[in-house]
Ligand binder design. Structure first.
Ligand SMILES: *Cc1c(COP(=O)(O)O)cnc(C)c1O
Length: 367
């Protein structure tokens, strides 16, 4: 059993994907090809937003989103420390300061009450992460943003297709950022990412930044210092084939999650992820807690059951972010989560037999 089996995941679409790649070969439009604009349109429609801009990665989508909003040196951006490093890296890369607030232990997402307390005259934006595919508390966060005149950039890299009160995440804030890293719920066969927005101005600004700041009128007339970040035509062609299957992929993940929830909630001191009634969790990871995490992980390793720890080191304690000055103990719920969480295999094609084997291995530990 593998933690994630991408070979199995792609088997069903392989023929179609290879045919799509053959078309790209035939057209020769490897950069900014037809498949890219078509996929951007399809992705925007699927998400109910007016603009989607393909990029090289989810990290680039975060960087360009922040930069398009004019966020940089001297600005503070409030975010979570219980996430993948890229979230805070993007904030720091544009020259701004990440300000970490603690999480709500029930959802692993930033606690809106603490966001409000962290606002200073330098705060420019809130950057919620829909961690593991569970939507952040968007009503509360959007209200805080409105009351304090702050921008919102959503890190939806783990939450493609997730919904909050019937609306897809990534469409609440000024910019939504998605990753097509192969392991994500909608993965490319290589790197890729996309930024969404409903603002024509922000879309134009991101478009400018993603292509060397080249003037829309004249490519060789540069009006901004930008980047070279594009969604590859071949990746777009593959993603266009996978996008119509996204709901089905996410539903299969939810079936696994429900089976894990039912079993694990009755085993030992396991605390399972219970989605709130008004959210659609897409289970990028199935992550639960136990006070005996390290012992459990060792037991599962010995039985050949693949597991991962997302995340062992919170961002406020990462060596490179020491300059921000956070001490151990400053974000108690985040730090407790880092000691208690463990993630189980949950890709769509995971077999019921393997899922049961995972559950039984956990049961044998607590027996
Ligand atoms: C994967 C991920 C990213 C970055 O995506 P890349 O495409 O790998 O750059 C950013 N934030 C979170 C929360 C992620 O999980």
């Amino acid at each position: 059993m593998q933690f994630l089996d991408l070979t199995e995941h792609h088997a069903a679409i392989e023929k179609e994907a290879l045919a799509a790649l053959a078309t790209v070969f035939k057209n020769g439009d490897f950069i900014n090809g037809k498949a890219v604009s078509e996929f951007e349109k399809a992705f925007a429609t699927h998400h109910g937003v007016s603009h989607a801009l393909g990029m090289n990665s989810g990290t680039d989508a975060l960087v360009l989103g922040l930069e398009a909003l004019g966020i940089g040196a001297g600005d503070e951006v409030i975010t979570s420390a219980f996430t993948f490093f890229a979230t805070a890296e993007a904030i720091a890369q544009v020259g701004a300061t990440p300000v970490f607030v603690d999480i709500d232990p029930a959802t692993f997402n930033i606690n809106p009450a603490l966001v409000e307390k962290a606002i200073t005259p330098k705060t420019r934006a809130i950057l919620p992460v829909h961690i593991f595919g569970q939507p952040a508390h968007m009503d509360e966060l959007m209200l805080i943003a409105k009351n304090h005149n702050l921008k919102v950039v959503e890190d939806a890299c783990q939450a493609v297709g997730a919904e909050y009160k019937g609306k897809k995440v990534g469409g609440f804030g000024d910019v939504g950022c998605f990753s097509f890293f192969p392991s994500k719920n909608l993965g490319a066969c290589g790197d890729g990412g996309i930024a969404t927005t409903n603002s024509p101005e922000l879309a134009a600004q991101m478009k400018l930044l993603k292509s060397h700041g080249s003037s829309p009128q004249d490519k060789y007339f540069n009006i901004a210092l930008g980047y070279n970040t594009r969604l590859d035509t071949m990746q777009a062609a593959i993603l266009a084939i996978k996008l119509p299957h996204l709901n089905e992929y996410n539903e299969k993940r939810a079936v696994h999650a429900q089976a894990y929830n039912e079993a694990l909630s009755k085993i030992g001191d396991c605390v399972v992820p219970v989605p709130s009634a008004d959210t659609k969790h897409v289970y990028h990871q199935y992550t639960f807690r136990t006070s005996r995490r390290d012992e459990l992980k060792k037991h599962l390793d010995e039985l050949g059951i693949p597991t991962m720890i997302y995340y062992r080191v919170p961002l406020h304690l990462q060596p490179v972010l020491k300059y921000l000055g956070y001490a151990e103990g400053s974000l108690p719920e985040t730090e407790r989560a880092c000691k208690e969480v463990i993630s189980l295999p949950i890709y769509p094609e995971l077999s019921a037999e393997n899922r049961t084997a995972v559950i039984e291995a956990i049961r044998s530990f607590f027996a």
